[in-house]
Design a protein. Structure first.
Length: 185
């Protein structure tokens, strides 16, 4: 199950916050500094989730990082704050009320058997053709989904596919885990 991490890597929310604050105030992303330019091979993606007063305020991610983890966290953070199509861009007045969560994904693996999917531990990516959708692991537990509901809702709500598309052999279903880092306030 994904957990809030502390320690040296718990800096990811602070890096995300810096990128968001810079983008909201100055309209551009902060410089990447001296970070290595290569993506980390074990990382399958990064998602940044924003909450305000306990409600979702934005969530965007990068599934196939082409840059360093630092640059990818910054990119996902700015997208979550300014480009999530479900929300208006975060304003400077809101910054203090926004809570940040960074989910660093493992490399996705094909789901071969429904019993392999552990709710709360695995996130899912479903796709067929150009249609793709993703749910982070915490979605299943937040909404109390069964395995079938988790897959069906991802198909219909995220991938634009019929709810039962996950049963179709033409639909690719991948699972992944996350390390979740939350801000310490």
């Amino acid at each position: 199950m994904p957990t809030a991490e502390t320690g040296p890597q718990s800096c990811w929310p602070a890096i995300a916050r810096d990128a968001i604050e810079h983008a909201v105030r100055y309209g551009e992303a902060a410089a990447d500094g001296a970070a290595p330019a290569q993506p980390e091979p074990e990382v399958g993606g990064v998602f940044v989730t924003l909450h305000k007063l306990g409600r979702l305020r934005g969530c965007m991610g990068v599934l196939e990082p082409q840059e360093s983890l630092i640059a990818t966290v910054r990119q996902a953070a700015v997208c979550a704050a300014l480009r999530d199509p479900r929300f208006h861009p975060v304003t400077a007045a809101e910054l203090a009320a926004v809570e940040i969560e960074v989910s660093v994904m493992s490399r996705p693996q094909r789901l071969r058997d429904l019993q392999q999917l552990e709710l709360g531990r695995h996130g899912i990516i479903v796709g067929r053709g150009r249609n793709r959708g993703l749910f982070l692991p915490q979605v299943a537990t937040e909404y109390g989904f069964s395995r079938e509901e988790f897959l069906s809702r991802c198909c219909s709500e995220k991938a634009g596919l019929p709810p039962d598309a996950w049963r179709d052999p033409r639909t690719e279903v991948l699972i992944f885990t996350t390390d979740v880092f939350t801000e310490v306030t």
